[in-house]
Design a protein. Sequence first.
Length: 576
Amino acid sequence: MEKTFNLVTDPWIKVFDGTTNKEKTVSLIDLFKNSQDYLDLAGDIKSQDVSIMRLLLAILTTVYSRFDAGSEPYEWLEIDEDTLKVTDIPDDYDEDVEDDLLETWRNLFEQGHFSDQLYLYLEKYQDKFDFFGEHPFYQVTKEQYDSFVPKNKHVDTGTGTVNVMQINRTISQSNNSPAIFSPKSDQEKNQLTIDELVRWIITYQNIAATTDKTKVVLTESKEKLSNSPGWLYGFDAVYAQGKNLFETLMLNLILVPKDGEKYQDQHPIWEFDNVEDYVRQRTKALVPDNIAELYTDWARCLHIEWDDGTPTIFTAGLPKVDMTTAFEEPMAIWRSNDKEETFRPLKKTQLTASDAIWRNFELFIPSPESQKYHVPGIVSWLNKLKDKEYVAGGKIIDLAMTTMISDGNATSQSPAREVSDNLKVRANVLFDPDPQKADWWPVQISEVVAKTQEVGKTYWSFLAMIAELKGYGSSDAKEFASHYLKIFYQHVNIPFRQWLISLTNDDERSVRVSEWYENLKKIALEEVDERFNESSSREISGIKRTTSKKEDAEAELFNIFIAKNIFEAKLRKLNL
């Protein structure tokens, strides 16, 4: 009997069941039908959850950009009854398109569940969701793989493989770099159940590193293409978190095109006529123009050979897609490059891994006058829902962030650690309705964040003075200051989040801002007192140093009392 494992009907997605508060493994059908009963995805790591959520959103975006909540096709579209694909988009459609799409979103949200058309669509494309068979999900057949790679990399040569333990991001072990603190023993590192393997294959297509040696070759030109890291690996992914999985999916279900753009038909990977067409499209290294294709983007052509239930994974790299000003990606946070007049997505590094998401608040809601930032697509979408009153003004918007950080090695870009964070704020504060007001909340909050970080820099200067008094060299001084600056932000983090979530649109802005500054000053002075109380006799008695570059300058006494006075003077200069 031919082996089969179908993602539509077989359980493979891990969720938190809200009725039992336990993990549960479900199929696509089960997840969509009961999403209101599941609290969240519960995969092996958060980056896996985001990868799978993007797959779920690709399905939902495809269906509900063609059919309304009553399972009827939109009047302004022509749909093929057999394939359920769009066959024609009229040239003369108008704002009715946006109204209809928003109405679909509202009706689904109020119903609290998805419509029958979703399950009809999954049934229609069920053969494309089988992990085995003629169209193996997120993979290619042996014949297809051999046609994409050089002859010396064909499957029969046994070259160009990647271990299961390398795509399992709880291990991320290559043959050359053993994972010492692995959750599995050496004997079990390459063992996965089918449902685990499915989840990790999807994750690998999203956050592949660049260690793979085999690359896709264009048949026509024999041109060897560059190796691409996974698209999702290139930015800090920000998305809305709801009270249950249904609400999370709905809040992230962007149905309306970006302002000023026309309706785009969705083209997920499984709707390509064949894999060859998709690979040919991918080798052009163009950013997809629709969300479904973007969310199902491949980093690799994968082929799996099975030997008595054990997988051997062959992998060939697809070319890297340039993310510069790729505003098609709704989950990226954008920072401008003034020299090139372009935007690049925010991406944490090992050095910035501990920076809380609120420290980049100005990137979420830039002021109308700012030319340096671009509002993330998911934030613009949530703003639209709030403007339409589909999301209440007093609702807490929970913006979650998940990112996989590389080891910094340019040749491998191997995953080193995962970071997750979130930012909670009321909708009518984040989307304060009158941006022309002098005390517009987003600007007020951005200024608060900026001053908070100025205090952090001032504290860093104080720590540098302490390190000098201790006699540390530059390397030890930097490590000392970095360590205690992290502690400072740890102590700031919770109070700031509490202050942010407590804000309302009816508050007297200046009063609430002053309230935070008082708290910030208290925290900063407590941190300085902590370092002061730990001081040694050397720091108290002090050292002789010159603050002038003049040759005849006399050395002056410098000690921790002077350092503390300098810090407090700088706080006063910041009006704290």
